[in-house]
Design a protein around this ligand. Structure first.
Ligand code: ZN
Length: 367
């Protein structure tokens, strides 16, 4: 038994006046709906991630299934539940693509409460004085009693499936379905930052700061060692000497990323006198830095790299290196540039006794 995350991304976004559908608009450096998918994957809580959309999208991940949605939100949700009804999922999380800012911690909290409940829904309170208009009468509501519900909302699969299957009324979330049928819901505190992107102006409310970082590295070439560049093994007469695998490209990128975040340098993270880092592969050194970047709401805008060597010829390995860097950093290939620079056979580098690399990165931090 396992859980499924359903992302509803079939909405038409009538209040969002833009040619691009809201869920596909670029938000914090990637399409809006991708934020939810990335968090669902990263949480490791789900066997399947279902994306319900009426647009053609392609996503390379075995966990992701894409299906066509309905006209209304509740119909899209119905379709997804119908699609997975024979998969024996214990629980299902349903989320609106328009809420990209929830935390993985919220997913974990919801899951914990599912042990004792069949429906768990996050909410926040309001600071506004609240009234309710019912026919011709307007009444005051106690604002402490007003729950503004959010998504992800999560449910015991069977309970939700049975309620949803027969529903024909226009409910705006699954919590309404449970309430309409007098079923119990466990409400838990949601997150203030987990707001819904509804209007174009919601996008403009984000404050972005841009930072730059520079990195340089050089390693000596020695015989009987494999050469690694940008995470790839490259056939060559020598390899780079170092405490690690000597990957100058990755090391200079790490220093550039740390520089942009004002976090000192690679040596302070991976001291060369520490045995546990001996022979460490450089992608392993890069990985926690990328996670840290994402956790701090930072995104890479572009990277420009100068690989300084007489040989190997950069043009021969450019695509391979860019592909692997893009995978290691979880970024698009087209924001990485790699230049080869020879030194007219001068000095250590010119005599193929060393390879150097310099990188510059730009990152955006979203507040
Ligand atoms: Zn190095």
């Amino acid at each position: 038994m396992s859980d499924c995350f359903i992302l509803l991304a079939a909405g038409k976004g009538k209040r969002f006046k833009s040619k691009t559908l809201k869920q596909f608009i670029k938000y914090k450096n990637k399409p809006l709906f991708m934020h939810s998918i990335d968090k669902a994957i990263k949480s490791n809580l789900f066997k399947y991630i279902m994306v319900v959309t009426n647009n053609k999208i392609k996503l390379k991940n075995k966990k992701i299934k894409i299906i066509k949605g309905g006209n209304e939100r509740y119909q899209s949700s119905q379709k997804a539940l119908e699609y997975i009804k024979n998969n024996n999922f214990k629980n299902v999380f349903i989320h609106d693509a328009a809420r990209p800012n929830f935390s993985i911690n919220l997913l974990k909290k919801l899951k914990k409460h599912l042990i004792k409940n069949k429906a768990v829904v996050p909410y926040i309170n309001t600071d506004n004085s609240t009234k309710y208009a019912n026919k011709n009468k307007i009444i005051n509501l106690k604002r402490e009693g007003v729950l503004l519900t959010q998504t992800p909302q999560c449910f015991d699969f069977k309970s939700l499936y049975n309620l949803s299957k027969n529903n024909k009324s226009l409910v705006t979330d699954e919590a309404s379905l449970f309430l309409n049928n007098n079923e119990k819901i466990k409400f838990i505190k949601g997150e203030e930052k987990n707001t819904k992107i509804t209007k174009i102006s919601d996008l403009n409310n984000i404050q972005v700061n841009t930072f730059y970082g520079i990195g340089f590295d050089i390693h000596k070439l020695i015989k009987n060692k494999k050469l690694y560049l940008g995470g790839n093994k490259i056939p060559f007469h020598s390899g780079l000497k170092g405490h690690s695998d000597g990957d100058v490209i990755i090391h200079s990128i790490i220093d550039a990323l740390l520089g942009a975040q004002r976090k000192k340098d690679i040596g302070s993270l991976y001291p060369s006198n520490k045995n546990k880092f001996k022979n460490i592969r450089s992608p392993k050194m890069l990985s926690p830095i990328i996670s840290d970047l994402e956790n701090n709401n930072c995104y890479i805008n572009n990277i420009d790299i100068n690989l300084i060597c007489e040989r190997p010829k950069v043009s021969k390995y450019r695509n391979k290196i860019i592909n692997s860097l893009s995978q290691l950093m979880n970024i698009n290939k087209n924001i990485i540039n790699l230049k080869g620079k020879t030194v007219e056979k001068l000095g250590l580098i010119g005599k193929e006794n060393a390879i150097a690399c310099e990188s510059i990165v730009s990152i955006s931090k979203y507040e």
